[in-house]
Design a protein around this ligand. Structure first.
Ligand SMILES: NC(=O)c1ccc[n+]([C@@H]2O[C@H](COP(=O)([O-])OP(=O)(O)OC[C@H]3O[C@@H](n4cnc5c(N)ncnc54)[C@H](OP(=O)(O)O)[C@@H]3O)[C@@H](O)[C@H]2O)c1
Length: 332
């Protein structure tokens, strides 16, 4: 790529925004100018890009003059309000929020799965939910081999999935408990340190949460599989970074562990770590800070027809957000 692009990051001071800056650096993205945008609270704050300070500006309607690629990660309401201004100014938006994921006009993309959908964009491309992206990194190669019908899954989601304030809450609670003091909970409804919360996102009338339904709803769009079914329980765990998912998947065709391992080992962005006898399996701690997701614990599911059980882990700030967004920008 010889041409360079004026890139803006909306939500640059957040957990995802910071990783977007690091990912642009790491992947040597051709940036001619980097505009960092956040709320009025962050105006004047300096962040570093390639060793140079970049001053954060307030996100305003007219922030996008000259911007060619705008990476949004400041929440759905901000995306809904400001992405149209970016598109109007001529930028292509890659949006990390849930704002546009189910819009028929907006491609929802995991580059390793459905890069071809990008060509249909009309100015906005959506990044999927982080747990969905990580799960599909392992599920799609198996789907290509065996044809997936439905999955049952339980997630183990890190606090950084909630953002910078949640990372701080876990840190503060651990400190308080170790010091013998009562921990304070502001971000989560219960103590997250030394606990697990079967509650991610808001509850629907069905009893599922919005986060839980994203796997089915977004999975159908990304896999181009309108009948795909996913019954998921999303759980927040006291891990700083990287989500894990226990998946039980039922397929159309007969499955084998050998074939599953073969297709997974050949998949880009995925590492097969599956030697349980020697205590080798995917670990969120090892995935943290790394681009590749890990898959392992692959076995024939003893309760499903043509079923496989597996465990997949990945850094949701990277593959579930910043890395996936920058990969999309590279494809644009
Ligand atoms: N965390 C993840 O793993 C993850 C994964 C996939 C997708 N996402 C999505 O990415 C988005 C950001 O998540 P995050 O975890 O990075 O959250 P975060 O750490 O709380 O950061 C939020 C960012 O949004 C900015 N912001 C908030 N209100 C704003 C406003 N009124 N105007 C302009 N900027 C504003 C904040 O700026 P200030 O610092 O100035 O407040 C900050 O830069 C969310 O939509 C989230 O659903 C997150």
């Amino acid at each position: 790529m010889s041409r360079k692009y004026h890139v803006a990051i909306v939500g640059a001071t957040g957990a995802v925004g910071i990783e977007m800056i690091r990912t642009l650096e790491k992947r040597n993205f051709p940036v001619s100018k980097l505009t960092l945008l956040a709320s009025a609270r962050s105006v004047g704050k300096q962040l570093s890009y390639l060793g140079q300070p970049v001053v954060v500006q307030e996100l305003l309607d007219d922030s996008f003059a000259g911007v060619e690629i705008a990476l949004f990660s400041a929440g759905a309401s901000i995306s809904r309000k400001f992405a149209p201004f970016a598109v109007q100014a001529g930028a292509v938006v890659v949006d990390n929020s849930s704002a546009f994921r189910m819009d028929a006009d907006v491609p929802l993309v995991v580059p390793e799965v459905n890069a071809g959908d990008i060509k249909n964009h009309r100015g906005i491309i959506a990044n999927p939910n982080c747990t969905t992206a990580i799960t599909l990194m392992a599920l799609n190669p198996l789907h290509q081999a065996f044809g997936v019908k439905r999955i049952f899954a339980a997630t183990y989601q890190a606090v950084s999935g909630t953002g910078a304030q949640a990372i701080e809450e876990l840190r503060a609670q651990v400190g308080d408990i170790v010091a013998g003091q009562a921990p304070q909970s502001k971000v989560y409804p219960h103590q997250i340190a030394f606990n697990v919360l079967p509650h991610v996102d808001s509850f629907l009338d069905t009893g599922y949460t919005r986060e839980e339904m994203k796997m089915q709803n977004e999975g159908r769009r990304i896999l181009h599989l309108p009948d795909f079914k996913a019954s998921v329980t999303c759980v927040r765990v006291p891990v700083y970074r990287a989500h894990s998912v226990a998946v039980n998947a039922e397929f159309e065709k007969p499955v084998s562990v050998e074939k599953a391992r073969e297709v997974l080992s050949l998949s880009p962005g995925l590492k097969l770590v599956d030697d349980p006898v020697n205590n080798k399996y995917p670990l969120p701690l090892r995935c943290a800070g790394h681009d590749d997701c890990e898959v392992g614990r692959i076995r024939i599911d003893c309760a499903l027809e043509n079923g496989l059980a597996f465990w997949v882990a990945g850094d949701q700030l990277l593959k579930g957000a910043a890395l996936n967004a920058v990969q999309i920008a590279e494809l644009i």
